[in-house]
Ligand binder design. Structure first.
Ligand code: TXA
Ligand code: MG
Length: 345
């Protein structure tokens, strides 16, 4: 719009439309139908849990999950926790052994997140798990649990704060931070626990503490009858670095202006790079150049092209604004030399 000063300018004044774009805050007792409608529409909703507020989307809806990353301004696609309504839903998503089942029965609903092997074909969108073959699961207390049961699908939800800020423990804190980017904050008052869930990865018969949180490690050890391993095991990296799982078998070439015959092509937008007709396989992240759609398609398209058997995947240039930053980050990791991405951070 001509005549408007940029947001960062001292002369910036929000237009009337921008002033009106603030999230509605509804108390838990009156929010259910509105929250369901937004989630069914592929939108996000901030919800209270017993730990911190979560920014939730239907975990089977790629556009909804892309909107989470967009609203948070996350520069990376970290895997998200899938929140379930009950143990039966959890067992449809992941493979439980007797130890993980005992922990779930002892601590759910509550601030324990279990990282487990995914059940193939569970319907979870690959953007939730960042393409990993494991999934982080948790059953929250209160409104979130009811909402998930009503929706009939798990909710992907990271903490409801913009990237780099601390987690929000009140609806007002969520609204102050994300209010211009989301439509609804469900107000359940101050959260009871006030810090994030404890994350434990179940690896065969062993348990590894990935993040300390709302349940003390010794409480978990008492139920499990084994000590929690700490620190990183080979093959488990910091969030966003989960290297070997992330890396396709094919080499990846970024910002390709010209496609060599036999390369697979990861396209973006409506204009094709030179030589595209000779590509061994092609997927377009978004014909219309929509970064939200591109984010939702990223992991499945990369997997498809990798499965095509082509030795190299050429990627057309993708803008780096908005979700483009996280998309380019992911692609840069896929393109990095294998010994580098597998090195400890
Ligand atoms: O209490 C909580 O856990 C809150 C509420 C909203 O449930 N959620 C939360 O989410 O703290 P988030 O996204 O801020 O943190 C989730 C952590 C991230 O560090 C992510 O890397 C890790 O869980 N994570 C998710 N899936 C994983 C996986 N498959 N393997 C290893 N780590 C995983
Ligand atoms: Mg967080």
């Amino acid at each position: 719009m001509p005549g408007l000063a940029p947001r960062t300018s001292p002369y910036y004044a929000p237009g009337i439309c921008e002033v009106m774009r603030v999230a509605e805050i509804l108390a838990v007792g009156e929010a259910m139908e509105r929250a369901l409608a937004l989630l069914e529409d592929g939108d996000v909703v901030a919800i209270p849990t017993e730990t911190v507020y979560g920014l939730a989307a239907d975990a089977t809806n790629g556009i909804g999950v892309a909107r989470i990353f967009e609203a948070k301004g996350r520069p990376r696609f970290n895997p998200l926790i899938a929140h379930v309504a009950d143990l039966a839903m959890a067992e449809r998503l992941a493979l439980f052994d007797p130890l993980s089942k005992r922990l779930a029965q002892a601590f759910w609903p509550g601030p324990l997140t279990l990282v487990l092997p995914q059940r193939p074909g569970n319907g979870i969108h690959p953007l939730v798990t960042a393409g990993l073959d494991t999934i982080a699961l948790r059953m929250p207390k209160g409104f979130g649990g009811e909402l998930i049961a009503r929706l009939g699908h798990p909710l992907a939800a990271p903490s409801a704060n913009s990237s780099g800020r601390i987690s929000a423990t009140t609806a007002q804190a969520v609204a102050a931070d994300l209010g211009e980017r989301i439509k609804l904050v469900v107000d359940g008052g101050a959260t009871a626990v006030g810090l994030e869930s404890t994350i434990v990865k179940v690896e065969g018969g062993t348990l590894r503490l990935l993040r300390p949180g709302g349940i003390a490690a010794d409480e978990i050890e008492a139920v499990a009858g084994v000590k929690l391993l700490r620190g990183q095991a080979a093959g488990i990296e910091a969030p966003g670095m989960l290297a070997s799982h992330y890396a396709p078998g094919a080499t990846v070439r970024l910002n390709a202006g010209k496609i060599a015959t036999g390369e697979a092509l990861l396209a973006f937008g409506s204009r094709r790079a030179e030589g595209w007709q000779g590509a061994a396989a092609m997927r377009n992240l978004s014909e219309t150049g929509d970064l939200r759609e591109a984010a939702a398609n990223l992991f499945s398209h990369m997997q498809d092209l990798d499965r095509s058997g082509a030795k190299a995947i050429a990627v057309e240039p993708i803008p780096s604004d908005g979700l483009g930053e996280a998309i380019n980050d992911r692609l840069a990791r896929a393109a990095a030399p294998r010994d580098k991405i597998n090195a400890a951070p």
